[in-house]
Design a protein around this ligand. Structure first.
Ligand code: ADP
Length: 509
């Protein structure tokens, strides 16, 4: 079996990727395709799920062709996905009733405020003890309610049992395993823990919360572990007969791929947003510092492993904003040279609260601000402020994690597209004060999904194989002067206070 391969499908926010891995956990080939980002109004972000499914099929074919193999060489397929992005579709026709509503979308603000009894500051933690999450537009349950409330005929069809819901893992796996012809309507514990509807202790849907959200239970996928055979590639499809055997939300998949299996181990992924996850073992740790309590993974019928998570909405996408909206750079990597054209941030701080602030603040009323501007500030300083924003936000989350868990991190494992930026990674190490470590296989998200699938079918024996395959590529050690490090962070904290309370009745979006 070890001469076979594992295929990971990574259905991400900006693109879908398929990656073939060998038994050493090394990349053999990659297929990748971007999909359209649909912005119908300020604060709304959608994806066309039919386009995404077509792209998934294309990238799978591309990856197999590049590896010069076919489905018979695959031992299993694992799926990982952009979490919280919600889709409602018709189980009889296979057609979505509305575009997928993406995790960054803020249209459910009224729904969540009303669930909180009219005030998110006082009622925002209504379900937190049960589901580990505050009420926020980020999560998928309220998005499903929005579809049922706003798409003509949707509620009647949902109540008649015709419509089903899923995050993108569920959509991809349902289509892979047969779609309208008996596709498996499932999700895993990590994805379910991002809906606002799963009880962390029982790992089952909470009927009372689903009722509050007016979502019929018949719409919800069956909750499975992250590593087991959910079904097989559909008869007429590309992956005919191959076991579909791994399912993890992207950030949990990255944690798995980083071999963070011990309580207290953490990783931070630098992509569109930043997501830090700390494994807390079998313990459910409620956060007092603005973090989420979530599932880390569950292998087959073993005990579930929990995590604390700090989600930051805007990091890499701020670099894109500089590129696309301000046209200050023509490609993301150019920001590094621009940032290095100056010595420091020139006093400028950029708080990218474009969709409010996520962890550790959870303030939907915040909006972005650049503060500290003087005539002196030039575009090099702004580029620096953009990169520094990622590092300060990460430090805030790390501080919250240490406070909640009582664990002091010895090092931070990192991955994701922004890790290519040496200046940022050095500044990050300076800010967090511990080494920042990048693994050889930086595609940890796809890798984690591949490991989950491979473990389910016996291709890998378990976590030890993942640990043995993990290798360090690079490390950045802290070099900053302590007082300077503290001064910058104090200024950042001050900058954050300038963004709060912005959205009120006078702000039209
Ligand atoms: P995702 O999986 O969220 O789509 P990736 O891990 O592919 O994201 O990372 C892409 C993000 O990283 C983009 O937002 C891009 O702006 C940013 N990025 C890519 N290269 C660099 C770089 N050299 N410096 C800073 N940011 C970068």
């Amino acid at each position: 079996m070890t001469d076979k391969y594992i295929l990971a499908i990574d259905q991400g926010t900006t693109s879908s990727r398929a990656i073939v891995f060998n038994h050493e956990g090394k990349i053999v080939s990659v297929g990748q395709k971007e999909h359209e980002q649909i912005f119908p109004k300020a604060g709304w972000v959608e994806h066309n799920a039919v386009e995404i499914w077509e792209n998934v099929r294309e990238v799978v074919a591309e990856a197999l062709a590049k590896a010069q193999i076919n489905k018979d060489s695959l031992a299993a397929v694992g799926v990982t996905n952009q979490r919280e992005t919600a889709l409602v579709w018709n189980r009889e026709t296979g057609q979505p009733v509305y575009n997928a509503i993406v995790w960054q979308d803020t249209r459910t603000i009224e729904i969540i405020t009303s669930l909180a009894g009219g005030d998110l500051e006082t009622g925002g933690d209504k379900y937190k003890e049960k589901v580990g999450l505050p009420l926020a537009t980020y999560f998928s349950g309220p998005k499903v309610k929005w579809v049922l409330d706003n798409v003509p005929g949707a509620r009647e069809d949902a109540e008649a049992g015709k419509l089903i819901f899923g995050n993108m893992d569920t959509w991809v796996i349902w289509n892979l395993t047969g779609g309208v012809n008996g596709g498996a309507h499932i999700t895993d514990v990590t994805n379910a823990s991002r809906t606002l509807m799963m009880d962390l202790k029982t790992l089952a849907w909470d009927p009372a919360i689903a009722a509050d959200l007016t979502i019929p239970l018949s719409m919800l996928p069956e909750i499975k572990s992250s590593s087991e055979v959910y079904g097989y590639g559909r008869p007429e499809g590309l992956l005919q007969g191959v076991p579909i055997a791994g399912d993890l939300g992207d950030q949990q998949a990255a944690t798995f791929g980083q071999a963070a299996f011990e309580p207290g181990m953490a990783k931070n992924t630098y992509g569109t947003g930043c997501f830090m996850i700390m494994n807390t073992g079998k313990e459910i740790i409620p956060s007092k510092n603005g973090l989420l309590t979530t599932l880390c993974y569950k292998i087959g019928d073993q005990d579930p492993i929990y995590a604390l998570e700090g989600s930051i909405a805007v990091t890499g996408s701020l670099v894109q904003w500089l590129r696309d909206n301000l046209k200050m750079i023509s490609a993301a990597p150019e920001i590094e040279e621009l940032a290095n054209s100056v010595e420091d941030n020139g006093g400028a701080y950029f708080v990218p609260a474009f969709s409010g602030l996520f962890a550790p603040y959870w303030r939907t009323d915040a909006r972005g601000a650049i503060v500290g501007l003087t005539r002196y500030v030039n575009k090099g300083h702004l580029a620096r402020a953009v990169l520094e924003a990622t590092a300060y936000q990460t430090r805030e989350v790390l501080d919250a994690m240490e406070a909640d868990s009582g664990v002091t991190l010895a090092a931070l494992k990192v991955d994701g597209g922004m890790c290519a930026n040496n200046t940022l990674m050095q500044f990050q190490a300076d800010q967090v004060g511990v080494p920042v470590i990048l693994p050889v296989v930086a595609e940890t998200t796809a890798l984690g999904a591949a490991y989950a699938a491979g473990i389910a079918v016996g291709y890998w024996q378990g976590e030890q194989d993942v640990i043995d395959n993990w290798a360090e590529a690079k490390r950045w050690t802290p070099q900053a002067d302590e007082s300077e490090r503290a001064r910058l962070y104090r200024n950042w904290k001050k900058a954050v206070t300038k963004t709060l309370d912005w959205v009120d009745d006078d702000v039209v979006e």
